[in-house]
Write a protein that binds this ligand. Structure first.
Ligand SMILES: Cc1cc2nc3c(=O)[nH]c(=O)nc-3n(C[C@H](O)[C@H](O)[C@H](O)COP(=O)(O)OP(=O)(O)OC[C@H]3O[C@@H](n4cnc5c(N)ncnc54)[C@H](O)[C@@H]3O)c2cc1C
Length: 424
Protein backbone atom coordinates (compact mmCIF):
# COMPACT_ATOMS: atom_id res chain seq x y z
CA UNK A 1 0.00 0.00 0.00
CA UNK A 2 1.28 3.44 -0.88
CA UNK A 3 2.21 5.68 2.04
CA UNK A 4 4.04 9.01 2.12
CA UNK A 5 5.07 11.50 4.78
CA UNK A 6 3.55 14.84 3.83
CA UNK A 7 3.25 18.34 5.15
CA UNK A 8 -0.51 18.52 5.05
CA UNK A 9 -3.35 20.95 5.85
CA UNK A 10 -7.04 21.10 5.04
CA UNK A 11 -8.92 23.86 3.20
CA UNK A 12 -8.04 26.63 5.66
CA UNK A 13 -4.31 25.87 5.27
CA UNK A 14 -4.16 26.09 9.05
CA UNK A 15 -3.02 24.16 10.99
CA UNK A 16 -0.38 22.34 8.91
CA UNK A 17 1.22 19.14 10.19
CA UNK A 18 3.59 16.41 9.06
CA UNK A 19 1.58 13.23 8.66
CA UNK A 20 2.02 9.74 7.34
CA UNK A 21 -0.69 9.37 4.71
CA UNK A 22 -1.74 5.82 3.83
CA UNK A 23 -3.66 5.16 0.64
CA UNK A 24 -5.40 1.80 1.04
CA UNK A 25 -7.15 0.47 -2.05
CA UNK A 26 -9.43 -2.06 -0.39
CA UNK A 27 -11.09 -3.18 2.83
CA UNK A 28 -8.30 -5.60 3.81
CA UNK A 29 -5.70 -2.81 3.66
CA UNK A 30 -7.89 -0.53 5.78
CA UNK A 31 -8.37 -3.33 8.28
CA UNK A 32 -4.63 -3.85 8.75
CA UNK A 33 -4.13 -0.09 9.21
CA UNK A 34 -6.89 0.03 11.83
CA UNK A 35 -5.54 -2.99 13.70
CA UNK A 36 -1.88 -1.97 13.60
CA UNK A 37 -2.24 1.66 14.68
CA UNK A 38 -3.22 3.26 17.95
CA UNK A 39 -4.03 6.78 16.73
CA UNK A 40 -5.34 7.16 13.22
CA UNK A 41 -8.21 8.92 11.42
CA UNK A 42 -9.93 8.75 8.04
CA UNK A 43 -9.40 11.60 5.61
CA UNK A 44 -11.57 12.28 2.56
CA UNK A 45 -10.69 15.18 0.28
CA UNK A 46 -9.48 17.51 3.05
CA UNK A 47 -12.20 20.11 2.42
CA UNK A 48 -12.92 20.55 6.11
CA UNK A 49 -11.31 23.84 7.11
CA UNK A 50 -9.40 23.16 10.32
CA UNK A 51 -7.99 20.12 12.11
CA UNK A 52 -10.83 17.57 11.76
CA UNK A 53 -9.02 15.53 9.12
CA UNK A 54 -5.49 15.95 10.52
CA UNK A 55 -3.51 13.52 12.69
CA UNK A 56 0.00 12.05 12.66
CA UNK A 57 -1.42 9.07 10.70
CA UNK A 58 -4.15 9.40 8.11
CA UNK A 59 -6.17 6.87 6.13
CA UNK A 60 -6.90 8.52 2.80
CA UNK A 61 -10.13 7.11 1.36
CA UNK A 62 -9.59 8.55 -2.13
CA UNK A 63 -8.85 5.14 -3.66
CA UNK A 64 -12.23 3.84 -2.50
CA UNK A 65 -13.78 5.46 -5.54
CA UNK A 66 -16.14 2.91 -7.06
CA UNK A 67 -19.86 3.29 -7.62
CA UNK A 68 -21.50 0.07 -6.36
CA UNK A 69 -25.01 0.52 -7.78
CA UNK A 70 -27.30 3.23 -9.07
CA UNK A 71 -31.04 2.61 -9.19
CA UNK A 72 -32.12 5.21 -11.73
CA UNK A 73 -35.79 4.20 -11.31
CA UNK A 74 -35.98 4.71 -7.54
CA UNK A 75 -33.15 7.24 -7.19
CA UNK A 76 -30.88 5.29 -4.83
CA UNK A 77 -27.09 5.53 -5.07
CA UNK A 78 -24.62 3.16 -3.44
CA UNK A 79 -20.92 3.91 -3.64
CA UNK A 80 -17.61 3.62 -1.84
CA UNK A 81 -16.79 6.31 0.70
CA UNK A 82 -14.05 8.02 -1.30
CA UNK A 83 -16.29 8.82 -4.27
CA UNK A 84 -16.53 12.56 -4.83
CA UNK A 85 -19.92 14.31 -5.07
CA UNK A 86 -18.64 15.88 -8.31
CA UNK A 87 -18.30 12.42 -9.88
CA UNK A 88 -21.77 11.37 -8.80
CA UNK A 89 -23.35 14.50 -10.30
CA UNK A 90 -22.12 13.52 -13.79
CA UNK A 91 -24.06 10.26 -13.51
CA UNK A 92 -27.17 11.23 -11.55
CA UNK A 93 -28.15 14.52 -13.23
CA UNK A 94 -28.48 13.06 -16.77
CA UNK A 95 -30.72 10.37 -15.24
CA UNK A 96 -32.94 13.05 -13.62
CA UNK A 97 -31.63 12.95 -10.04
CA UNK A 98 -29.84 15.35 -7.71
CA UNK A 99 -28.64 15.23 -4.09
CA UNK A 100 -31.36 15.69 -1.50
CA UNK A 101 -28.76 17.66 0.47
CA UNK A 102 -25.50 19.09 -0.82
CA UNK A 103 -22.97 21.46 0.75
CA UNK A 104 -21.67 24.47 -1.18
CA UNK A 105 -18.78 22.45 -2.63
CA UNK A 106 -18.83 19.33 -4.78
CA UNK A 107 -15.21 18.20 -4.31
CA UNK A 108 -15.95 16.33 -1.09
CA UNK A 109 -16.24 12.60 -0.51
CA UNK A 110 -19.34 10.69 0.55
CA UNK A 111 -17.47 9.60 3.71
CA UNK A 112 -16.76 13.25 4.53
CA UNK A 113 -20.43 14.14 3.93
CA UNK A 114 -21.48 11.52 6.50
CA UNK A 115 -18.78 12.26 9.09
CA UNK A 116 -19.68 16.00 9.07
CA UNK A 117 -23.37 15.29 8.40
CA UNK A 118 -23.29 18.14 5.91
CA UNK A 119 -26.20 20.49 5.31
CA UNK A 120 -27.14 22.67 2.36
CA UNK A 121 -29.24 25.71 1.55
CA UNK A 122 -32.44 23.69 2.04
CA UNK A 123 -31.99 22.63 5.67
CA UNK A 124 -35.45 23.74 6.90
CA UNK A 125 -37.17 21.34 4.48
CA UNK A 126 -34.58 18.66 3.79
CA UNK A 127 -32.41 18.40 6.92
CA UNK A 128 -28.88 17.02 6.73
CA UNK A 129 -27.17 14.35 4.63
CA UNK A 130 -28.10 11.75 7.29
CA UNK A 131 -31.83 12.36 6.69
CA UNK A 132 -31.47 10.65 3.30
CA UNK A 133 -28.98 7.94 4.23
CA UNK A 134 -30.26 4.40 3.90
CA UNK A 135 -27.21 2.66 5.36
CA UNK A 136 -23.42 2.53 5.41
CA UNK A 137 -20.64 0.05 6.08
CA UNK A 138 -18.27 1.01 8.89
CA UNK A 139 -14.85 -0.47 9.75
CA UNK A 140 -14.78 -0.38 13.55
CA UNK A 141 -11.78 -0.37 15.91
CA UNK A 142 -11.78 -4.19 16.13
CA UNK A 143 -11.44 -4.44 12.35
CA UNK A 144 -15.00 -5.72 12.06
CA UNK A 145 -17.26 -4.27 9.34
CA UNK A 146 -20.69 -3.25 10.60
CA UNK A 147 -23.71 -2.35 8.51
CA UNK A 148 -25.36 0.66 10.12
CA UNK A 149 -28.86 1.94 9.39
CA UNK A 150 -32.00 3.08 11.17
CA UNK A 151 -32.77 -0.57 11.95
CA UNK A 152 -29.30 -2.14 12.34
CA UNK A 153 -26.56 -0.92 14.70
CA UNK A 154 -28.73 2.13 15.20
CA UNK A 155 -26.66 3.82 17.92
CA UNK A 156 -23.52 3.52 15.80
CA UNK A 157 -25.42 4.89 12.80
CA UNK A 158 -26.34 8.10 14.63
CA UNK A 159 -22.95 8.46 16.37
CA UNK A 160 -21.20 8.25 13.00
CA UNK A 161 -23.40 10.89 11.32
CA UNK A 162 -21.62 14.10 12.30
CA UNK A 163 -19.20 12.00 14.40
CA UNK A 164 -16.11 13.42 12.67
CA UNK A 165 -14.58 9.98 11.97
CA UNK A 166 -14.34 9.04 15.66
CA UNK A 167 -16.37 5.82 15.35
CA UNK A 168 -14.38 4.27 12.51
CA UNK A 169 -13.87 4.38 8.76
CA UNK A 170 -16.97 4.57 6.56
CA UNK A 171 -16.27 2.20 3.68
CA UNK A 172 -19.39 2.65 1.55
CA UNK A 173 -22.86 4.16 1.76
CA UNK A 174 -26.32 3.99 0.22
CA UNK A 175 -28.49 7.12 0.03
CA UNK A 176 -31.65 8.46 -1.58
CA UNK A 177 -31.68 11.12 -4.29
CA UNK A 178 -34.07 13.88 -5.34
CA UNK A 179 -36.01 13.67 -8.62
CA UNK A 180 -35.44 16.65 -10.92
CA UNK A 181 -37.01 17.61 -14.24
CA UNK A 182 -34.40 20.14 -15.29
CA UNK A 183 -30.74 20.91 -14.77
CA UNK A 184 -31.65 24.54 -14.12
CA UNK A 185 -32.66 26.41 -10.98
CA UNK A 186 -34.98 29.37 -10.77
CA UNK A 187 -33.06 31.85 -8.62
CA UNK A 188 -34.60 34.90 -7.00
CA UNK A 189 -32.23 37.55 -5.70
CA UNK A 190 -33.43 39.94 -3.01
CA UNK A 191 -31.04 42.75 -2.16
CA UNK A 192 -31.28 43.96 1.42
CA UNK A 193 -30.22 47.34 2.79
CA UNK A 194 -29.41 46.06 6.28
CA UNK A 195 -29.34 43.05 8.57
CA UNK A 196 -32.99 43.43 9.53
CA UNK A 197 -34.02 43.38 5.87
CA UNK A 198 -31.96 40.22 5.32
CA UNK A 199 -33.77 38.41 8.14
CA UNK A 200 -37.12 39.70 6.99
CA UNK A 201 -36.45 38.42 3.43
CA UNK A 202 -35.73 34.94 4.85
CA UNK A 203 -38.99 35.02 6.80
CA UNK A 204 -41.19 36.27 3.95
CA UNK A 205 -39.78 33.78 1.40
CA UNK A 206 -40.21 30.61 3.44
CA UNK A 207 -41.94 28.94 0.47
CA UNK A 208 -38.64 28.84 -1.48
CA UNK A 209 -36.89 25.55 -0.60
CA UNK A 210 -33.36 26.91 -0.98
CA UNK A 211 -31.95 30.10 0.54
CA UNK A 212 -28.61 31.59 1.54
CA UNK A 213 -27.56 35.19 2.10
CA UNK A 214 -24.36 37.09 1.52
CA UNK A 215 -23.71 39.65 4.26
CA UNK A 216 -21.44 42.65 3.69
CA UNK A 217 -19.55 43.01 6.97
CA UNK A 218 -17.75 46.12 5.75
CA UNK A 219 -21.03 48.04 5.44
CA UNK A 220 -22.28 50.09 8.40
CA UNK A 221 -25.70 48.36 8.50
CA UNK A 222 -24.59 44.93 7.22
CA UNK A 223 -26.34 45.09 3.87
CA UNK A 224 -26.53 41.95 1.75
CA UNK A 225 -28.43 39.84 -0.72
CA UNK A 226 -30.47 36.69 -0.24
CA UNK A 227 -30.42 34.09 -2.99
CA UNK A 228 -33.57 31.96 -3.01
CA UNK A 229 -34.06 29.11 -5.42
CA UNK A 230 -36.12 26.15 -6.53
CA UNK A 231 -35.61 23.49 -9.17
CA UNK A 232 -37.13 24.40 -12.54
CA UNK A 233 -40.11 22.08 -12.79
CA UNK A 234 -40.74 21.96 -16.57
CA UNK A 235 -38.55 19.72 -18.69
CA UNK A 236 -36.81 21.91 -21.24
CA UNK A 237 -33.23 21.54 -22.29
CA UNK A 238 -31.60 18.10 -21.84
CA UNK A 239 -30.59 17.04 -18.36
CA UNK A 240 -26.86 17.50 -18.10
CA UNK A 241 -24.51 18.59 -15.33
CA UNK A 242 -22.94 21.68 -16.84
CA UNK A 243 -19.88 22.87 -14.92
CA UNK A 244 -18.91 26.54 -15.00
CA UNK A 245 -15.54 27.04 -16.75
CA UNK A 246 -12.85 26.73 -14.10
CA UNK A 247 -10.14 29.23 -13.31
CA UNK A 248 -7.28 28.48 -10.95
CA UNK A 249 -5.37 30.49 -8.37
CA UNK A 250 -1.95 29.03 -9.23
CA UNK A 251 0.02 30.15 -6.19
CA UNK A 252 -0.39 31.64 -2.72
CA UNK A 253 -1.12 35.38 -2.82
CA UNK A 254 0.96 37.65 -0.57
CA UNK A 255 -0.60 37.78 2.90
CA UNK A 256 -1.35 41.51 2.66
CA UNK A 257 -3.63 41.07 -0.38
CA UNK A 258 -6.77 40.58 1.72
CA UNK A 259 -6.93 43.56 4.04
CA UNK A 260 -9.87 45.68 5.27
CA UNK A 261 -9.55 48.06 2.30
CA UNK A 262 -9.34 45.42 -0.43
CA UNK A 263 -12.20 43.47 1.18
CA UNK A 264 -14.35 46.62 1.32
CA UNK A 265 -13.62 47.30 -2.36
CA UNK A 266 -14.48 43.72 -3.30
CA UNK A 267 -17.78 43.90 -1.38
CA UNK A 268 -18.66 47.20 -3.03
CA UNK A 269 -18.35 45.70 -6.50
CA UNK A 270 -20.01 42.42 -5.53
CA UNK A 271 -22.97 44.32 -4.10
CA UNK A 272 -23.33 46.31 -7.32
CA UNK A 273 -23.22 43.12 -9.38
CA UNK A 274 -26.24 41.63 -7.59
CA UNK A 275 -29.53 42.53 -9.25
CA UNK A 276 -32.99 42.03 -7.75
CA UNK A 277 -35.22 39.63 -9.64
CA UNK A 278 -35.60 36.11 -10.97
CA UNK A 279 -33.50 34.24 -13.52
CA UNK A 280 -32.55 30.71 -14.42
CA UNK A 281 -29.08 29.47 -13.54
CA UNK A 282 -27.38 26.08 -13.83
CA UNK A 283 -27.26 23.70 -10.86
CA UNK A 284 -23.50 24.27 -10.70
CA UNK A 285 -23.87 28.04 -10.53
CA UNK A 286 -26.46 28.02 -7.77
CA UNK A 287 -25.08 25.26 -5.57
CA UNK A 288 -21.33 25.49 -6.13
CA UNK A 289 -20.47 29.09 -7.12
CA UNK A 290 -17.06 29.00 -5.42
CA UNK A 291 -15.97 25.84 -7.26
CA UNK A 292 -15.48 27.91 -10.43
CA UNK A 293 -12.29 29.30 -8.87
CA UNK A 294 -10.04 26.40 -7.97
CA UNK A 295 -7.72 26.87 -4.99
CA UNK A 296 -9.38 30.17 -4.01
CA UNK A 297 -8.09 29.56 -0.48
CA UNK A 298 -4.65 30.64 -1.79
CA UNK A 299 -5.95 34.23 -1.90
CA UNK A 300 -5.46 34.23 1.87
CA UNK A 301 -1.74 33.63 1.47
CA UNK A 302 0.36 31.01 3.21
CA UNK A 303 -0.93 32.00 6.63
CA UNK A 304 -4.31 30.57 5.59
CA UNK A 305 -7.83 31.32 6.72
CA UNK A 306 -10.02 30.52 9.68
CA UNK A 307 -13.72 29.98 9.23
CA UNK A 308 -15.96 30.68 12.21
CA UNK A 309 -19.37 29.10 11.58
CA UNK A 310 -21.87 29.14 14.38
CA UNK A 311 -25.55 28.43 14.74
CA UNK A 312 -27.96 30.11 17.18
CA UNK A 313 -31.56 29.27 18.09
CA UNK A 314 -34.34 31.04 16.24
CA UNK A 315 -35.60 33.15 19.16
CA UNK A 316 -32.21 34.83 19.63
CA UNK A 317 -31.00 34.75 16.08
CA UNK A 318 -31.19 38.29 14.73
CA UNK A 319 -30.22 40.02 17.96
CA UNK A 320 -27.47 37.50 18.70
CA UNK A 321 -26.00 37.64 15.22
CA UNK A 322 -25.97 41.43 15.33
CA UNK A 323 -24.09 41.29 18.66
CA UNK A 324 -21.52 38.95 17.08
CA UNK A 325 -21.13 41.29 14.10
CA UNK A 326 -20.66 44.26 16.43
CA UNK A 327 -17.85 42.47 18.31
CA UNK A 328 -16.20 41.62 14.99
CA UNK A 329 -16.42 45.24 13.87
CA UNK A 330 -14.81 46.48 17.09
CA UNK A 331 -12.02 43.89 16.79
CA UNK A 332 -10.76 45.34 13.50
CA UNK A 333 -10.74 41.86 11.90
CA UNK A 334 -12.56 41.74 8.55
CA UNK A 335 -14.13 38.60 7.13
CA UNK A 336 -13.79 38.27 3.35
CA UNK A 337 -16.86 36.10 2.94
CA UNK A 338 -19.93 35.90 5.20
CA UNK A 339 -22.88 33.58 4.57
CA UNK A 340 -26.14 33.40 6.54
CA UNK A 341 -28.48 30.39 6.38
CA UNK A 342 -31.77 29.45 8.02
CA UNK A 343 -32.07 26.03 9.65
CA UNK A 344 -35.01 23.88 10.58
CA UNK A 345 -35.61 21.20 13.20
CA UNK A 346 -33.13 18.36 13.21
CA UNK A 347 -33.94 14.67 13.62
CA UNK A 348 -33.98 14.04 17.41
CA UNK A 349 -31.45 11.18 17.07
CA UNK A 350 -29.00 13.28 15.03
CA UNK A 351 -27.26 14.59 18.14
CA UNK A 352 -23.95 15.26 16.39
CA UNK A 353 -25.34 17.22 13.47
CA UNK A 354 -24.39 20.88 13.49
CA UNK A 355 -27.61 22.75 12.61
CA UNK A 356 -30.17 23.65 15.24
CA UNK A 357 -33.48 25.36 14.47
CA UNK A 358 -32.43 28.95 13.88
CA UNK A 359 -29.74 30.62 11.81
CA UNK A 360 -26.06 29.99 11.13
CA UNK A 361 -23.43 32.48 10.07
CA UNK A 362 -20.17 31.42 8.41
CA UNK A 363 -17.34 33.96 8.39
CA UNK A 364 -14.03 33.46 6.52
CA UNK A 365 -11.21 35.46 8.11
CA UNK A 366 -7.61 35.82 7.00
CA UNK A 367 -5.59 34.15 9.78
CA UNK A 368 -4.12 37.19 11.43
CA UNK A 369 -2.58 37.28 14.91
CA UNK A 370 -5.75 38.88 16.26
CA UNK A 371 -8.12 36.20 15.04
CA UNK A 372 -7.55 33.90 18.02
CA UNK A 373 -8.39 36.68 20.48
CA UNK A 374 -11.49 37.49 18.45
CA UNK A 375 -12.67 33.86 18.56
CA UNK A 376 -12.00 33.79 22.30
CA UNK A 377 -14.34 36.76 22.63
CA UNK A 378 -17.05 35.33 20.34
CA UNK A 379 -17.26 31.83 21.83
CA UNK A 380 -18.81 32.84 25.20
CA UNK A 381 -21.44 34.99 23.49
CA UNK A 382 -22.42 32.21 21.06
CA UNK A 383 -22.52 29.80 24.01
CA UNK A 384 -24.75 32.11 26.08
CA UNK A 385 -27.09 32.47 23.11
CA UNK A 386 -27.57 28.70 23.22
CA UNK A 387 -25.50 28.29 20.06
CA UNK A 388 -22.66 26.08 18.90
CA UNK A 389 -19.91 26.02 16.29
CA UNK A 390 -19.47 23.67 13.30
CA UNK A 391 -16.62 21.30 14.13
CA UNK A 392 -15.75 20.59 10.50
CA UNK A 393 -14.83 24.26 10.06
CA UNK A 394 -13.15 24.73 13.42
CA UNK A 395 -9.46 25.37 14.05
CA UNK A 396 -9.36 27.38 17.25
CA UNK A 397 -12.61 27.53 19.23
CA UNK A 398 -12.97 26.60 22.89
CA UNK A 399 -13.37 22.83 23.39
CA UNK A 400 -17.01 22.84 24.46
CA UNK A 401 -18.26 24.92 21.52
CA UNK A 402 -19.32 21.98 19.33
CA UNK A 403 -21.55 20.73 22.17
CA UNK A 404 -20.13 17.23 21.53
CA UNK A 405 -18.23 15.09 24.03
CA UNK A 406 -15.86 12.68 22.25
CA UNK A 407 -15.39 10.75 25.50
CA UNK A 408 -19.04 9.69 25.37
CA UNK A 409 -18.86 7.83 22.05
CA UNK A 410 -16.47 6.50 19.45
CA UNK A 411 -13.13 4.78 19.94
CA UNK A 412 -9.85 6.20 21.33
CA UNK A 413 -8.06 4.67 18.30
CA UNK A 414 -9.79 7.04 15.88
CA UNK A 415 -8.28 10.34 16.82
CA UNK A 416 -7.67 13.64 15.06
CA UNK A 417 -6.10 16.90 16.23
CA UNK A 418 -9.64 18.21 16.61
CA UNK A 419 -10.56 15.37 18.95
CA UNK A 420 -7.43 15.87 21.04
CA UNK A 421 -8.15 19.59 21.26
CA UNK A 422 -11.69 18.91 22.48
CA UNK A 423 -10.52 16.21 24.88
CA UNK A 424 -10.82 12.43 24.63
C1 LIG B 1 -15.95 26.01 -0.08
C2 LIG B 1 -16.55 25.09 0.94
C3 LIG B 1 -17.92 25.14 1.14
C4 LIG B 1 -18.50 24.30 2.10
N1 LIG B 1 -19.85 24.37 2.27
C5 LIG B 1 -20.45 23.58 3.19
C6 LIG B 1 -21.85 23.63 3.38
O1 LIG B 1 -22.58 24.39 2.72
N2 LIG B 1 -22.40 22.79 4.31
C7 LIG B 1 -21.65 21.91 5.03
O2 LIG B 1 -22.21 21.18 5.85
N3 LIG B 1 -20.31 21.84 4.86
C8 LIG B 1 -19.69 22.66 3.97
N4 LIG B 1 -18.34 22.58 3.77
C9 LIG B 1 -17.56 21.63 4.61
C10 LIG B 1 -17.40 20.26 3.94
O3 LIG B 1 -18.57 19.87 3.27
C11 LIG B 1 -17.10 19.21 5.04
O4 LIG B 1 -15.98 19.58 5.78
C12 LIG B 1 -16.88 17.79 4.48
O5 LIG B 1 -16.82 16.90 5.55
C13 LIG B 1 -15.57 17.70 3.68
O6 LIG B 1 -15.49 16.40 3.11
P1 LIG B 1 -14.09 15.77 2.75
O7 LIG B 1 -14.31 14.55 1.92
O8 LIG B 1 -13.19 16.79 2.16
O9 LIG B 1 -13.62 15.32 4.19
P2 LIG B 1 -12.31 15.71 5.05
O10 LIG B 1 -12.17 17.17 5.13
O11 LIG B 1 -11.15 14.94 4.54
O12 LIG B 1 -12.75 15.13 6.48
C14 LIG B 1 -13.77 15.77 7.22
C15 LIG B 1 -14.16 14.88 8.41
O13 LIG B 1 -14.72 13.65 7.91
C16 LIG B 1 -14.01 12.52 8.43
N5 LIG B 1 -14.04 11.51 7.36
C17 LIG B 1 -13.75 11.69 6.04
N6 LIG B 1 -13.93 10.52 5.37
C18 LIG B 1 -14.33 9.61 6.28
C19 LIG B 1 -14.66 8.23 6.21
N7 LIG B 1 -14.63 7.54 5.06
N8 LIG B 1 -15.03 7.60 7.35
C20 LIG B 1 -15.08 8.26 8.53
N9 LIG B 1 -14.78 9.57 8.65
C21 LIG B 1 -14.42 10.23 7.54
C22 LIG B 1 -12.62 13.06 8.75
O14 LIG B 1 -12.01 12.27 9.76
C23 LIG B 1 -12.95 14.46 9.25
O15 LIG B 1 -13.35 14.40 10.60
C24 LIG B 1 -17.71 23.38 2.84
C25 LIG B 1 -16.33 23.34 2.62
C26 LIG B 1 -15.76 24.17 1.67
C27 LIG B 1 -14.26 24.11 1.45
Amino acid sequence: MKNTVQSIASWGNYPRVNAEVFEPANQAEIQSLVLENERIIARGNGKSYGDAALAPKLISTLKLNQIISFDAEEGVMECEAGVMLSDLLKIMVPAGWFFQVTPGIKQITVGGAIASDVHGKNHPGAGCFSDHLVSFELMTASGEVKTCSRSENTALFWQTCGGMGWTGVVLSAKFKLLKIQSSYMLQKTVRAANLEAIFSAFETHRNWPYAAAWVDCTHSDWRGAVFFADHVKEAGSPLVFEEAPKRNVPFFAPSWLLNPLSIKAHNYFYNRKNKDGERQVTLDKYFYPLDALQNWNRFYGKRGLVQYQFCVPENNAQKGIQQVLEIIRKSGETPFLTVLKRHGERAPEALHSFPIRGYSLALDFPRTRGIFDLVKGLDPLVWDLGGKIYLTKDACSAPQMGRVNPASFGEPKFSSLLKERIGQ
